[in-house]
Design a protein around this ligand. Structure first.
Ligand code: URA
Length: 434
């Protein structure tokens, strides 16, 4: 088989056979196919797309390029969640403990942040001492003893995806529905959960800018999951602002804990986390209907069992559980600088991507894979979409290193303002799957 023929077929819009796709994935992973050829095929896929059968074959090839977690020794239906990513998205820190407290095992492998996006692993790493790279044995122990496990991917889960994602990252080929589907679903299938709830973001700074594209991506992932025997459901959620008030690792831990304490219950972040958790409870068999699941979620917040589940997970994995009650034990910034509005108006959108880049400049995110993060720095977003602000109001506080010199105009440029109040849009745009 020649890689040239695969590239040529796809360039003309033809379909690749499962054997051709398996040949490519294996060769990309073991280095026998040069990066230039993989990059050409990736670009051809971006332009020409893939059929459902091709996407399935690519997902399987990437799943089987490494090990698969065996979670069969953990009783119950194991339910995972995946979000296609958004600045300030800390839903895993909130819903994992809720789902665990309600009796459903929740195994999760999360990524580290790069560029403007944060990573759940980095957020957990802000809890002093918490081990964020668990061995398989530690992962299973955490799942059995606390019903929650979160780790950076251990060993080699879908190594072909790691290799191809790095190439996509430098060749502008990330934004392709079949490639995103195969990348996410190969890792989720290798992770061993029985069921999956997807949060597909839709908005100007998300991968999927339109509802139509978000639906196509969600359906594509649901189809692949279903074909592999996974229970799967997708929520499409609006993204026109960072999620919640915190951007930056320790700050995001604080916000998550506040929500688990029952604060900010009406915020979009809380509503979204609670809804995703409720969907997970239904899939895990802990509730039959959405209202029943939502009542269980609320009870776990009110009786403190969700926060207790987080404490148990942190303590079991070497972390300082007292830091969840005493935030001074979390990493802190050297200075806090207020940014005030230079004009008034209604906030119509907040550019999460630009704020993510500003947080990266502060040291909360990585410019390069090998950067060391400052876990205490970040941004507090003090306004919400729809809110009226006046000149002089504090709209952001930047938690920065001592001596860091801030450009307030860059922060203010992330706000879109209008003279009239924008029409309130729901955060939940559609649901897809079982
Ligand atoms: N996240 C992934 O893991 N893969 C993609 O392709 C896009 C987002």
């Amino acid at each position: 088989m020649r890689m040239y023929d695969l590239i040529y077929t796809k360039k003309l819009g033809g379909a690749l056979s499962p054997e051709q796709i398996a040949f490519w994935v294996k060769g990309a992973a073991d280095g026998s196919i040069p990066d230039e050829q993989s990059a050409s095929l990736l670009m051809a896929i971006c332009w020409r797309g893939m059929t459902t059968d091709e996407t399935l074959a690519l997902t399987l090839g990437m799943r089987d390029s490494g090990k698969r977690m065996d979670l069969s020794s953990v009783p119950g239906t194991k339910v995972d969640k995946h979000s296609t990513g958004g600045v300030g998205d800390k839903t895993t820190l909130i819903l994992g403990p809720i789902v665990a407290a309600c009796g459903v095992p929740c195994p999760m492998f999360s990524g580290r942040g790069l560029g403007h996006t944060g990573g759940t692993v980095d957020k957990f790493a802000a809890i002093p001492g918490l081990k964020v790279e668990l061995t398989d044995a530690e992962f299973l122990r955490s799942l059995k003893e606390t019903r929650f496990a979160n780790s950076a991917p251990t060993g080699n889960i879908a190594p072909a995806d790691k290799k191809l994602y790095a190439l996509r990252d430098i060749t502008a080929t990330v934004e392709s529905i079949p490639l995103i589907t195969a990348s996410i679903m190969s890792k989720k299938l290798a992770g061993g959960a029985d069921a999956l709830v997807l949060d597909v973001k839709c908005g100007p700074t998300a991968f999927m800018k339109t509802l139509e594209d978000a639906r196509t991506l969600a359906q594509s992932m649901v189809d692949v999951g279903t074909a592999h025997g996974m229970q799967i459901r997708a929520l499409i959620t609006r993204m026109d602002a960072p999620l919640g008030w915190a951007i930056g690792n320790a700050l995001e831990v604080m916000e998550s804990v506040e929500i688990l304490r029952g604060e900010h219950g009406d915020s979009e972040l809380a509503q979204m986390s609670f809804r995703l958790a409720a969907e997970m409870l239904i899939m895990g068999g802990a509730a039959k209907t959405l209202p029943e699941a939502q009542a269980k979620v609320q009870a776990s917040i009110q009786d403190g069992s969700a926060l207790e589940a987080l404490r148990r997970f942190v303590a079991l994995n070497g972390g300082d559980a007292e830091a969840l009650d005493d935030f001074t034990r979390l990493p802190q910034a050297g200075q806090v600088v207020e940014v005030r509005a230079d004009r008034g108006g209604y906030v119509t959108a907040i550019d999460g991507r630009a704020l993510g880049l500003l947080a990266m400049d502060l040291g909360a995110g990585r410019k390069d894979r090998n950067d060391i993060l400052d876990l205490g720095v970040g941004i507090r977003v003090q306004v919400r979409v729809g809110q009226r602000i006046e000149k002089g109001d504090v709209v952001f506080t930047a938690h920065a290193k001592a001596g860091f010199s801030l450009k307030p105009e860059a922060y203010l440029a992330t706000l879109s303002l209008a003279d009239s109040r924008p029409v309130a849009e729901p955060w939940l745009l559609a649901t897809i799957g079982c």
